[in-house]
Structures are given as C-alpha cells and as structure tokens.
Ligand binder design. Sequence first.
Ligand code: WTA
Length: 656
Amino acid sequence: MAQTASDSTIDALLKEGRTFPPSEQFTAQANVRSDALYREAEADPESFWAGQAEKYLTFSRPWDTVLEWNLPFARWFVGGQLNASYQCLDRHVEKGRGDKVAYLWEGEPGDARRITYAELLEQVCRFANALRGLGVKRGDRVGIYMGMVPELPVAMLACARIGAAHSVVFGGFSADAVADRMNDSGSVCLITQDEAWRRGTTVPLKRNVDEALLKTETIRNVVVVRRTGNDVPMDQGRDHWYHDLLADQPATCEPEAMESEDLLFTLYTSGTTAKPKGIKHTTAGYLLQTMYTHELVFDIHPDTVFWCAADIGWVTGHSYIVYGPLGNGGTSVMYEGTPDFPDKDRWWATIEKYGVNVLYCAPTAIRTFMKWGREFPDRHELSSLRLLGTVGEPINPEAWIWYREVIGGSRIPVVDTWWQTETGGIMIAPLPGVTTLKPGSATRPLPGIGASVVDEQGNDVPLGGGGYVVLTKPWPGMLRGIWGDDERYKDTYWTKYGDRYFAGDGARIDEDGYFWFMGRVDDVMNVSGHRISTTEVESALVDHPSVAEAAVTAKADEQTGQAISAFVTLRGGVEETTELASELRDHVGKLIGAIAKPKWITFTPELPKTRSGKIMRRLLRDISENRTLGDTTTLADANVVRELQSRAATEADKEQ
Ligand code: WTA
C-alpha cells in the first residue's frame, strides 16, 4: 500500500468531519449548478464528450468518429482537423475580443506587461514564421528551456501553429537533463533565454544550453530571448536572438491544419526507472480536457482573472497557464519569480494589484505561507478572490483550512484537484457550485471521468476502504503513449489491471464515495509537488566517482510533503565527510536539478539487502521515517540495519 502516509494519518484524515456545502450565493452564479452533468455523462460518455467538443473546440474539418479505443491506445475526434494556436488566439480575435488581456505578466524585478489576444497572436505569427525560416517543419520536435516570461507561451503556440511538437524542459533542470530530453525527443531546435530572474539572482539558461549542446546532435538552431540583458556567448550560425529573428517577419502566419490526433507536445516526467518518460499529448482531446476543466472546476466567467501559480515547465503550467485559459479566451496572471522576492508578501501584493479572482497553487506553497505567518497576506486586500484551488500532492486538512480562512476569508470554496502529467487535465475534483467540500479530499471524479479504488487483485474496495487508484474509462486528455516506447507505456499503466489505467497513487474512498489521496505507491517521490524518481537520484549519486552504491527513499517533510533521503556507500578508502556529502548533493543538482538534491545523506558501509542481494527499500523507508522496522527476516545481515538506524538518527538531529 502507499508508502508515504501511515495508516494513522489516513485514519485521522478520514475522521476529518468538517464539511462545506457551496453557499447559495456561489451556486446562483456558478457555471454548473446541479448534478445533471454527472448523470448526462454517465448515461452516454461518448455522446457527452462529443457535445463538449462541439461546445469548446473549433475544427476546420469536422471529425467523423468520437472515439476509437484500441486498448490501450485511444484516438479521439478522429478525422477532425484543427490548430491549437488558432483555438487559443485567432478564434477570440475573430470574435472581436482582440483587445481582451490574455496575460497580466508580472516580472520578478517589478516590471510588468499586459498582453492582449491580438498582440499575442501577432507575436506568435512572427515567431512561427521565424521558426519556419530556420527550417522547422510540421512533425518536428522543438525544445524549450526558459523561465516564466511571456515568450515561453509564445514559443509553445508558435510551434503548435506550424505543427511542430514542443518539449518544454523546466528552467530549474540542469544542462544534463536538457541534453537527455533533447536527445530522447530528437529535437531540431532549442528556444531559450539569456538568463532567468530568480529570487533577485540570475539563472544561466543560455550557458546551460551551451553545455547541453555539447552532448546533443540533433539541434541545429538555438533561439535566445533577451531577458536580463547580461552578456552571453552566441555561436555564429547556430544561435539567433529572438528579437532579430522576429524583426522582419510578417505579422500573419497561416496555421497548419493538424489532425485531432497529431502530437501537440511531449513533456518529460519521472517514472520508476532512471530514464524520464516523454509523455505524449495530442491536439483535440488535450485541448478539450484542459478547457472543460478550466471553465468548470475554477468556475471561470468572461471577466475572471485567473492565476495558476505553477511553472510552465510542469504540466500544471501547460494546462492551466497556457492551453486551458487561452483556449477559453480567459485572462491570466503570469508571475516570473519566487514568492519571497522582494518580500514574503509578493503573491498577496500581486493578487491585490491585479484583482485576482481565482488562485491555483500547490499545498507545499500553502504550508510555506503558513510557516511565514498570516501577517504577510494580512497586509493586503484579498477580497477579489472568489475561489481557491490546489494541486500536486495531498493537502492536509490543516493547510486546507488555513488556506480557506486566511487567504479566502472563510467565505469561498477551495477545490483540491487530482490529476497527473499523463491525464492532461484535472480528473478528480469538486464542481464548486455543486459539491460539498471536505478538507483533505479531492472529492469525486468529474463528469465524464471514471475512477475507482481497487485492491491488489483489482476488486473495487468497499466504501471506506483503501487501495490503488485506477481510471476506468478512456478520457479525451489521456496520454497517447510514451515517446519512442510503446512497451513502457503498456507496462507502466496497463499491465497491472488490464483494461483500467493504473495511476500509481494510493487512496481511500469514504462512505460518500469521496477520494482521499495518500501519495504514490511506486518508486516516485513527490517533493514540493514535483515528481522525482528514486532511481533517477540513485543513478546520479553512483555517477560520482566516490560512490559505490546508493539507495534513495522519500521521508515525510512538513513543508515539502516529502524530502529525499539518500543512503550512500562509498568506494573503499574514501572518507565519509560532510564536505563529500555536500559535493554529492551538488552532483545530483548538476545531473538533474536543484529540486532533486537529497536533504539527508547517510553514509553506510553497507546497504540492507536480502540474501539474494536486493536492496530492501522498505526498511530504508522505515529507518528514514524513524518507524518500527517491518519484517526483517529476509535480511542478510541484521547488524547493517542497527548501525544505519543510529547513523540516520544522528543525521536527522543535525538538521534540527
Ligand atoms: C500527485 C501534477 C493528491 C499524485 C498535476 C499524482 C496529487 C502526481 C494531487 C502527479 C492531489 C497531484 N492530491 N495527490 N490533488 N495532484 N497529485 O504528473 O501522486 O506532476 O500521481 O502532475 O501528483 O504529478 P504530476
């Protein structure tokens, strides 16, 4: 069962008895006011989704078939043609809404830009033309490695306009991580910026790209957006300034008519092996999933100012900063920097400045704000808020209540939304005008979505029971596979339960059918809402010349949800020093990115193994979490564990 939450935590969660029905006032103005939509979807899912596609999507050629389901490969709206950038931009401009603001962009140093739909369309067209000029064609893959600047969504939509799939790499990842992803996807072009702003200092994105490109062969051109203005080396012939490229381009660009099932993007996410998976999303189904959920779960109206405070380098930003909100013609705040720059009230100042109505963020951020104290939000007028959302990891009831009371003034709904990179958009979440909320629960599957909790054998657990989360029906935004690896796609998601998608999460389902998520059940950790695989960190550690062997587990952490705990055996003759521990942390940072650095490193002459030589991770987790050890009968050498327990305790003490 789920390794991350102990049963007592779950029991406590399930005893969480508070409920919050929607207020009459909220329901009266909500997009969804009754549960008829659930019944409609249940009665005939395909015609339900067909109706939603008609409502949300503009096809240049209508589709013939709603769904072709050749388990586990789905094709939605087959025969249809459309273009994602047309859907997100031209449509709104053609309807006379060119002057509507798409992005209220807030730079970290305090500069700001308001970008209308007409302006965004023009930029996208110019950049699309420029990419074509560099030889990027329909069907190519393009890498994007940027910070949170407006040119990032421009780059994504420019790719979509010419039918190239983008592959965005989070700007916090290292040069090696960029190289791996470019090589795996075979990207032909890489879009970056000189440097990014972060907490008042700069992140050397272009220099990282230069380093990455020493290890890639397919990238022919690099486009560089100027952001900080500091000098960066430019390679004549290969590197191009964005502003130079765009200068002479026409302001219009014919969008490619893409098939519904043409690849829109790949986005890499950690799995249970060291190699990240390039999750594939296609055009029509993904757009529908993001637009439908954006409008209904966040109760978006034409004048709503929405702020998804994620990074576009993760799926949350793809779906709820770019495709969902732009597809719906909404207005979004986009913020470049960290929440504590220049002070710990930056988010609240931003909400006041732009009159934000809906805020969507991760529980880890909320727990950080709790720690900083309510004086920071209390400095600002937050009465524009009418709904709050969370995503990325289970939210503890205490944080949920704090969020509702301190940020929401105890008057507005909080929607906890469960989904994954693989699902494309939100799957399990309240409809705020209809659903009674329970702090700590993502509530129920949305209309059109089938989910349940099953035991090891695949039987539905009775209400009140716990088990594995499965998705029982194909859905439009589902991943279409893993780039270049259909077998891994089948093995990871479709082998355990055959015709049901295995999500890799544990949950309990309560008497009302509400889902209470308990964390991952595989070797994937969730640090600050970001997925990191234990094996990926282990292979980064053993890549260091001093390391013989390493095993990594997650340890519960008050703030980040989970933190990384590493057990490391050094090569003979190497001394165990704190300097070496910090060198190893930096090594992981270099190979993966700062988010993957272990918080704790415990050196050990030996790892606990079974007699057949398999590392007993279960025991390491128990040791990390300072729990009574589970079954140790298969352990080859019991002394190893006793020694480790005392070493891990010393490590944890150092932290205090
Ligand atoms: C976890 C992020 C509990 C879960 C959108 C899932 C959650 C993984 C929630 C996906 C939630 C996400 N409650 N757990 N509301 N939302 N998760 O791919 O373990 O970065 O499998 O997608 O985050 O992470 P990913």
